[in-house]
Design a protein around this ligand. Structure first.
Ligand code: MLT
Length: 268
């Protein structure tokens, strides 16, 4: 399926946020994980643009979103998502997020529910960090500031994949790790550390919802994601075989199939 169009490197006015997009029709907006950028969704842009205007945005501070800073919050990232929706000239989107992107989607649901037609949560969770995880985030932020994102390549990177992940997939993700400015990676770590628990918000989600979880993800669990889906009224749940945390890149066919089946069932 060839995308109808691929308009790259668009920078919106106002807060400068870069995005790639292809296709026409209702918008499917994709929010990347940590420490990643919009390019993780290349296979979703090409694979789903026959049924949606697929847009992959760079949250502030990476990719084509040039701002730098710190002291950001998950609510700031949710507001980036809302600004993107406004800039696209649409009222509502199908909103998908992977991992940290899922934390952002849940924050967007709290802050901008009227802009969300459906929710897709991929390899993510609703719970806040434990005290131990918060300590680890502080250490990550300090380490990355001091030594650069190469520290994440040494530490987090190997946990991102199923054992069978292809070298080309790993190389692509490694490039995203390396291209994320260390200041932004540190800011992300603290955004995640301070994000609130979203568990009590799950019951308020009253739009169609799909939860996707990769079977070989060593960062998020199938049982955890199943539990999250069970707390969202009417949510569908799909697993992705032969993939780890980077499922949209490792097994895009299965991820796209699950999203396509879900979106096909949504009425405009
Ligand atoms: C991500 O992939 O976005 C992060 O690994 C999520 C996290 O560390 O909680």
């Amino acid at each position: 399926m060839t995308p109808k169009s691929l308009r790259k490197d668009t920078i919106m006015t106002g807060r400068a946020l870069g995005y790639d997009e292809a296709g026409e029709g209702p918008v499917l907006l994709l929010v990347h994980g940590f420490p990643l950028d919009r390019t993780m969704w290349a296979e979703q842009i090409s694979g789903l643009s026959d049924i949606r205007r697929v847009v992959a945005v760079d949250l502030r501070g990476r990719g084509k979103s040039p701002e730098t800073g710190d002291g950001w919050t998950v609510d700031d990232y949710a507001d980036d998502v809302a600004a993107t929706i406004d800039s696209l000239g649409v009222d509502k989107v199908d909103l998908a997020g992977m991992s940290m992107g899922g934390y952002v989607v849940l924050a967007a649901w709290r802050r901008h529910p009227d802009k969300i037609r459906s929710v897709i949560l991929i390899n993510t969770k609703a719970e806040a960090d434990s005290e131990e995880a918060k300590d680890a985030r502080e250490k990550t932020a300090a380490l990355v500031r001091e030594k650069g994102t190469v520290e994440l390549v040494n530490g987090l990177f190997p946990k991102m994949f199923a054992p069978s992940a292809r070298d080309a997939v790993k190389d692509k993700v490694k490039t995203m790790f390396e291209d994320t400015p260390s200041e932004t990676a540190a800011a992300d770590a603290l955004v995640m550390k301070d994000r609130p628990d979203s568990t009590s918000d799950l019951g308020s989600i009253n739009v169609p919802t799909l939860v996707i979880q990769a079977e070989e993800d060593s960062i998020m669990s199938v049982d955890g994601s199943k539990g999250m889906a069970a707390n969202i009224s009417g949510a569908r749940f799909a697993t992705v075989p032969s993939a780890g945390h980077m499922a949209p890149v490792e097994n895009p066919e299965a991820v796209n199939r699950a999203i396509r089946e879900f979106l096909d069932g949504i009425e405009d």
